[in-house]
Write a protein that binds this ligand. Structure first.
Ligand code: AMP
Ligand code: GLY
Length: 424
C-alpha cells in the first residue's frame, strides 16, 4: 500500500520511521517532510489547505492511507474531504477535532458527560471575562478558545496580570483564537499524558508519557511545544490509567459518538494528577511532539494495520504491543526558542546514533548538502533503557556526540522520575 504522511516535525519523522518499517508499506510519501523524513519517504510539495490538490495526489499515486500529523489540517477539515473522496485517513473529522480546536467545546462536553476537569466559565467579551474573574482565586488560568500554537494559555499570578492578559487576548493578541476566552480553576498536581486510539467506538489504550513544557531546567522559563519527554510515565499507574479510561476517555468517545461526530484517530489527553484523582487539562487531536517520538520507539506492533483499522472503523479486537522499556527524548532547539530562533546554525550528527540512540529531525534543512537548523525545535535525540535513569544517560551521551554550537537543550529531562528511581 502507498501511504501519504502530512507534516514536517519530529513527530512526523518518528511516524515516517515507524510506517517505513511496515511490510504493508510499499511507497511512503511525505508532504512537506524534512531532511530526516527524506531518509524514510519521498518528500513532495503539497499545499494541505488545497484539499482538491491533496485528493488528486492520492488518486494519482493510489494512496491507501493518509496520516495527518499536525492539528491545523484536522481543524481545517482535511480528513472530511479525504474521506468523502474515499481515501482512508488517520485523523479526526473537523467536527471531532473541536476537542483540540475549541477549549470551550471540550469544557462543555466534560460538563455534560461528568468528566473530571477544572471548573470554568466561558466568556465572549473583556467585560464578561473581568466579571468572571471574581469567581476564581489566584493563580488565574486564562485560555484563548481556539488554536494558538500552544501559546494560548496564560497563568496569571495577580488580578492585575490577569486583567492585562485578558485585554491582550480580546484585543487580538491571539488572533481569531482569542474571540472567546475560557477562565479556569487552577489545578494542583503532577502532569502526565495519556494516549488512546479510537475508531469512534472501540478504544485502544496507547501508552503514557510525561512532557517537559518549560524551556529551562527545573521547569523554569516560558512554555514551549515540549523540550523532552519519556514514556511510560510510571506516575500514571495501572490503577490511574484504568480511571482515566473509565472516567475521561470512554465518556468522551461515547458522547462524541452520541452527539453525531464520532472521534477517530488518536486522542491525546493532557492530565493533572490531583489529590482527588486524574483530571483533564486539555485534549489534543493528534500525537504529541515530542511524545510521539518516545511512543514510536517503544512500539513493537506494525503501525500501518493499526492506523488503517482506526481509519476504517475496524479497531475492535486490534491489539498494540509497547515495549516495557523506557524511551526518553531530549529536544535540541536553536538558541532563541521559544522566541525567535537562530536559523542556519551548523549541525553535525557524527556518530551520535552509534550507541543505539535514534535522532529524529524537526526543524532541519540541507543547505548545499550541509545540515543546518531551520526552526525552533531542531532535533529530538531519543534512546531507550531499562529505567528512566538508563534511558536518560544514553540519550545525553548521544546529545553530547552531536555538534550544534547554536543549539541548546535541557539537561535533566526525566528528572522527576529519576529522583523517584534514585530514592526507591
Ligand atoms: P494547555 O496548552 O492547555 O496544555 O496548557 C498549558 C499548560 O498550562 C499545561 O500544561 C499546564 O501546565 C498549565 N495549565 C493549563 N490549565 C491548567 C489548570 N486548570 N490548572 C493548572 N495548570 C494548568
Ligand atoms: N508536547 C505537547 C504537545 O504536542 O502538545
Amino acid at each position: 500500500m502507498n501511504i501519504l504522511l502530512l507534516g514536517s516535525g519530529g513527530r512526523e519523522h518518528a511516524l515516517a520511521w515507524k510506517l517505513r518499517q511496515s511490510l504493508a508499506c510499499d511507497r511512503l510519501y511525505a508532504a512537506p517532510g524534512n531532511p530526516g523524513i527524506a531518509e524514510e519517504a519521498e518528500c513532495v510539495a503539497l499545499d494541505v489547505t488545497d484539499h482538491a490538490a491533496v485528493i488528486a495526489f492520492c488518486a494519482e499515486r493510489t494512496i491507501g492511507l493518509v496520516v495527518i500529523g499536525p492539528e491545523a489540517p484536522l481543524v481545517d477539515g482535511l480528513s472530511d474531504s479525504l474521506r468523502a473522496a474515499g481515501v482512508p485517513t488517520f485523523g479526526p473529522s473537523q467536527a471531532a477535532a473541536q476537542l483540540e480546536g475549541s477549549k470551550g467545546f471540550t469544557k462543555d462536553l466534560c460538563a455534560r458527560a461528568g468528566i473530571p476537569t477544572a471548573g470554568y466559565i466561558r466568556t465572549a467579551s473583556l467585560e464578561e471575562a473581568r466579571a468572571a474573574l471574581a469567581h476564581f482565586a489566584a493563580p488565574y488560568v486564562l485560555k484563548a478558545d481556539g488554536l494558538a500554537a500552544g501559546k494560548g494559555v496564560v497563568i496569571a499570578e495577580t488580578l492585575d496580570d490577569a486583567d492585562t492578559a485578558l485585554a491582550d487576548m480580546f484585543g487580538g493578541g491571539f488572533g481569531a483564537a482569542g474571540a472567546e476566552v475560557v477562565i479556569e480553576e487552577f489545578m494542583h498536581g503532577e502532569e502526565a499524558s495519556f494516549f488512546a486510539l479510537t475508531d469512534g467506538t472501540a478504544i485502544l489504550p496507547f501508552g503514557s508519557a510525561q512532557d517537559h513544557k518549560r524551556v529551562g531546567d527545573g521547569d523554569t522559563g516560558p512554555n514551549t511545544g515540549g523540550m523532552g519527554a519519556y514514556s511510560p510515565a510510571p506516575v500514571l499507574t495501572p490503577e490511574l490509567q484504568a480511571r482515566v479510561m473509565a472516567e475521561i476517555i470512554e465518556p468522551t468517545v461515547r458522547t462524541m459518538r452520541e452527539d453525531g461526530h464520532p472521534y477517530s484517530g488518536v486522542l491525546f489527553a493532557g492530565l493533572m494528577l490531583t489529590a482527588e484523582g486524574p483530571k483533564l487539562i486539555e485534549y489534543n487531536a493528534r500525537f504529541g511532539d515530542p511524545e510521539c517520538q518516545v511512543l514510536m520507539l517503544r512500539l513493537q506492533s506494525d503501525l500501518v494495520p493499526i492506523m488503517l483499522a482506526c481509519a476504517k472503523g475496524e479497531l475492535a479486537g486490534v491489539e498494540v504491543d509497547l515495549r516495557d522499556e523506557t524511551a526518553l527524548t531530549v529536544v535540541m532547539a536553536a538558541k532563541g526558542y521559544p522566541g525567535t530562533p537562530e536559523k542556519g546554525g551548523a549541525i553535525s550528527l557524527g556518530d551520535a546514533e552509534a550507541g543505539g540512540a535514534k535522532i529524529f529531525h524537526a526543524g532541519t534543512a540541507l543547505t548545499d548538502g550541509a545540515l543546518v537548523a531551520n526552526g525552533g525545535r531542531v532535533l529530538a535525540v531519543t534512546a531507550t533503557g531499562a529505567s528512566v535513569t538508563e534511558a536518560q544517560s544514553r540519550a545525553y551521551a548521544a546529545v553530547d556526540a552531536v555538534s550544534f554550537p547554536s543549539g541548546f537543550c535541557r539537561r535533566y529531562i526525566g528528572w522527576r522520575e529519576v529522583a523517584r528511581e534514585t530514592s526507591a
